[in-house]
Design a protein. Structure first.
Length: 80
């Protein structure tokens, strides 16, 4: 009699993990570093990939102001 299905499954998982190579790293740290657009009024951060409509929505809904008042350094191309 053998080791049972549990042992075989664990061995197969170990072999497959070894074949697969290194696991993907977490994206959380990179996302935190990419949050570099900051509202001048409330200091809320936004990802650097945020676009003008999303930032305008924040400015109007949260502060009843315009985009340049909340994000003075924001350009239409997405740069700070």
């Amino acid at each position: 009699m053998g080791g049972g299905n549990g042992a075989k499954a664990a061995q197969k998982r170990a072999r497959n993990d070894k074949k697969a190579g290194p696991k993907a790293a977490s994206q959380l740290k990179a996302n935190v570093q990419a949050m570099n657009i900051i509202c001048a009024v409330c200091k809320q951060t936004f990802l650097s990939t945020s676009r003008e409509p999303q930032l305008t929505l924040h400015a109007v809904n949260k502060h009843d102001t315009t985009l340049p008042q909340c994000f003075p350094g924001f350009n239409a191309d997405g740069a700070k």
